[in-house]
Design a protein around this ligand. Structure first.
Ligand code: PMP
Length: 399
């Protein structure tokens, strides 16, 4: 759907039509997003917030309109709860640093899940080294779901924060965030949701999810690279110290000390990516115009069809079989190294991802070094699922 809006999909690789199935890594950009970036530099470029002049005011208006759009998109209570970051990774690092400083003491526990992306593991390990916090992991079942029975017993009186992916970038599992958030809150824990893989595929409502923090990346939802969002509950953000120091985040600086700006600017040191915020807002409008119902239906039908085609291939094992999955299929084919598979498919014009998918604890869970992953977006077609299955059959016959 809306395939014609994405100019890159018309190109060929190695003289073959591009079959782009690496959307969980990054999505392609519709023409309107590309145009929004060009137009911003052509006609509205000026630094925001500090300038009184016409262009600076226009750029500021756009940047703040984008923030308000994202507030609505996530159903946050206030635009002060929307902090622009470089992406999901920076948002989680911000929380690990600033929340860690304000709320975590030695021997406090942060609870993760076995399906977390490295960007929701390593910042906590860095904090572990700095502050002596402890990390625990909720196990994942064979079907690729959070083990809810085990989850309950992972909470201790020292658990302060639960960090979980809304959707797994490998298994595709959409986690029962509300249920886990309720469980965490009953144990007096805060909840951070990594929504990098859910925001592109389903409506995300921070109030309905009951989370305290949520992060996502613009580039995974048809927006530009280099911009992302941290949602944080206002009362918690208020209690947290700044993440970085510099311009934009201060109220008054004197050599004897500095007072900080109000939310959300306290967490936005330096010139923000005001072109990126505008282009991200354009991408979200594109998604809204297309409509969640149509996107979800198309991606679910496509994922079901591709799964059926892949399951028919002898020796192919799919990892992650939960109902209502994200449009992501991770797999291995017996006797063929995932890297070889990816390389040979690439020569047929088919782009998939291979490797550990920045989720090595999950690879350990399944006892594999890596997996292949095909991931779909709104613009992928049944013919592309056929091309993947036929490509896999062709490669399999080479071994
Ligand atoms: N979390 C998940 C679940 C992801 O899939 C990704 C990207 N692969 C990230 C976090 C990190 O996103 P970014 O690199 O855009 O910061």
């Amino acid at each position: 759907m809306r395939r014609d809006d994405f100019p890159i999909l018309r190109r060929e690789v190695y003289g073959r039509p591009l079959v782009y199935l690496d959307n969980a890594a990054t999505t392609q950009k519709p023409q309107c997003v590309i145009d929004a970036i060009t137009e911003a530099y052509q006609s509205v470029n000026a630094n925001v917030h500090r300038g009184v002049h016409f262009l600076s005011q226009k750029a500021t208006e756009r940047h703040e309109a984008a923030r308000e759009h994202i507030r609505k998109f996530l159903h946050a209570r206030s635009a002060t709860e929307i902090v622009f970051t470089r992406g999901t990774t920076e948002a989680i690092n911000l929380i690990a640093t600033a929340y860690g400083e304000a709320f975590l003491r030695e021997d406090d526990e942060v609870l993760l899940t076995e399906m977390e992306h490295h960007s929701d593991i390593v910042p906590w390990q860095l904090l572990q080294q700095r502050k002596g916090i402890r990390l625990r992991m909720i196990p994942v079942t064979e079907t690729g779901e959070i083990d809810l029975a085990a989850a309950e017993s992972c909470f201790t009186p020292r658990t302060r924060l639960l960090c979980m992916a809304h959707a797994s970038n490998v298994l595709g599992t959409v986690n029962p965030v509300r249920q886990l958030a309720d469980m965490a809150h009953a144990h007096n824990c805060h909840v951070l949701v990594d929504a990098a893989q859910s925001v592109p595929h389903l409506p995300v409502d921070v109030q309905a999810l009951g989370c305290d923090f949520l992060a996502f990346s613009g580039h995974k939802v048809y927006g530009p690279t280099g911009i992302g969002v941290l949602y944080g509950r206002e009362d918690l953000l208020e209690q947290m110290p700044p993440y970085q120091g510099g311009g934009e985040m201060i109220a008054r600086v004197a050599l004897t000390g500095t007072t900080f700006a109000d939310l959300p600017y306290k967490f936005e040191a330096g010139t923000p990516d005001y072109v990126g915020s505008h282009a991200l807002s354009t991408a979200l409008s594109f998604v809204e115009e297309t409509g969640w119902e149509a996107i979800c239906r198309h991606e679910a039908v496509l994922t079901r069809y591709a799964t059926e085609r892949l399951q028919a291939i002898p020796g192919l094992r799919i990892y992650g079989t939960a109902a209502g999955k994200d449009p992501v299929i991770a797999f291995n084919v017996q006797g063929i190294h995932h890297l070889d598979l990816g390389t040979l498919l690439d020569r047929l014009g088919i782009a998939i991802r291979t490797g550990h998918h920045c989720a090595q604890p999950l690879m350990d869970r399944y006892g594999v070094e890596g997996m292949c992953r095909a991931s779909f977006a709104m613009y992928n077609t049944m013919e592309e699922a056929d091309a993947l299955a036929e490509g896999l059959e062709r490669v399999r016959k080479m071994f």
